[in-house]
Design a protein around this ligand. Sequence first.
Ligand SMILES: NC(=O)C[C@H](N)C(=O)O
Length: 593
Amino acid sequence: MADYNLSSLGQDLQLTSPTTSEAHVLVINTGGTIGMTLHDNVLAPKPNAFVQSLRKLPILHDESYAICGSDNTLVLPVATHMLMFVSSRMNKDNKRIIYTVMEYSPLLDSSNMTTDDWSQIGKDIEKNYQNFDGFVILHGTDTMAYTASALSFMCEHLGKPIILTGSQVPIYQVRTDGIDNLLGALLIAGQFVIPEVCLYFHNKLYRGNRVTKVDNRSFNAFSSPNLAPLANAAIDITINWDTVLRANTTAKFQVSTELNSNVGLLKLFPGITTATVRAFLQPPMQGVVLETYGSGNAPDNRPDLLEELKKATDAGVIIINCTQCLRGTVSMSYATGKVLIDAGVITGGDMTSEAALSKLCYVLAKKELSLDTKKKLMAQNLRGELSLDFADTKLCLSDSRFIQVIAQSLHISCKEELAAIRDALTPPLACAAAKIGDIEALEALKEMGSNLCLEDYDGRTPLHVAACEGHLNAVNYLLSHGATVYAKDRYGDTPLCNAVHYRHRDIVELLRQTRAHFSQDRLEELGRELCSLAASGDLEGLEIWSLAGADLMKPGYTGQTAIEVVGCFSCVIFQAHVQQSVVYLTSVFDVQI
Ligand SMILES: NC(=O)C[C@H](N)C(=O)O
């Protein structure tokens, strides 16, 4: 992909009336049917046409709200999502979604995609990560499952939603599925902190590395055979939070854009010749997904064929065993499966071939890792692409004594009601534990299967509370157990805003490590705050705001920056504390006031 055109990034939007809550979503249009038009009776992408069409669709753009946003920036009408988010949890009903479309040139039918295109998308997400709350990737359906899988591995320590979508019928046509798919993807990307690479299609949000395209005539084109959807969009959008992956590290988000293309996909069929297998496994081949029969079986009466596989694995080729079946897992229950283990083939469990192949591209590109470590990674669950042993994954809800006692007193026993009680009780209990920094209590809630990201009635999460109270250990614990640094309460405040407000320097540092940042809609306010700190000579305040990533050159509402404010004050009322600010700012920016 040569380049893209995006005129709006970096430009400030001029909006008629500022709302307290806005979400910014970057839409990367790579091509696909959604934006195609008919030429000579066949569908092909048409450059620079998509945004113009969106502008004419009132359901996808509120012209009256944006006075002079740039050409590529559109606003979703609020009424649309108010209707759709009647009673779902963890939503922000009044959030206005502002989305900016970055169009690639050339636009591609996804059959033309290569690993270079995956890298390009990854680079663009990384470059724009800080400026947006979520990302929507418009993509052709044919290879969407591959790109979704690849991005899931490439995006390391992801904290924001990345949602791929597209359509079966172009958005310009009357009976299109493009509007619903784009709208659903935008609403979810803008309103829910689902830190995963997902695929949204036909009212369902799937984990990206679990899907496969199963139908080229239906609007219901994708299936996630081994994992239930992460969300269903009906009258309400219901998020299956128990399935959504949660962050478990304080490491920074980064995209690994190096990919190894010496990989292949080999499907067994009765009578496949040894010569075919041998030819396929020749250098430069480094990684192969072997699509086997049933629960991972291959002929065990073909020593010639097995010998070729063994020779390749001995020579360092990583071969992963994935089943040809749509649903189910590779299990070594047959002699015909065990022979593959003896040949050095690694079990791919219930991974889709798309996930296994793109995982090979990602893992094989890690030059710093030994072959042994690469093999281990291939067998491990990295991004939820592989089911763990169900026996020891999650504690059953009914195992919790606490929930049992409450359930008994309320005379309820069904699983859904138990889950509802747990979700209703978690936020106040977890926030109370976070307030006093009680990690044991947080741990107990976690073991109960509680989601420590759930918000209370004010949209406040345990991480907000721990950040306010200055409990560094609790913040650390929460970040390692699924809390998101991007949660916004009803006032639009993130845990970072809270830590800055209460001047907890160590917590600001920790949150910044995970790439927490001030959100785009608070930048103006930030300039004002910095000016007022500068005017009052509040050195500690300026330092902590700057530590949190505030740009001290950002102007306040008068148009002056903190530095200029200090300049004025130092002439008129020369005070010792103002002078302190002068010294601080001049040392930070090396400017003369
Ligand atoms: N529905 C689609 O988007 C199919 C198209 N050929 C593509 O993958 O780009």
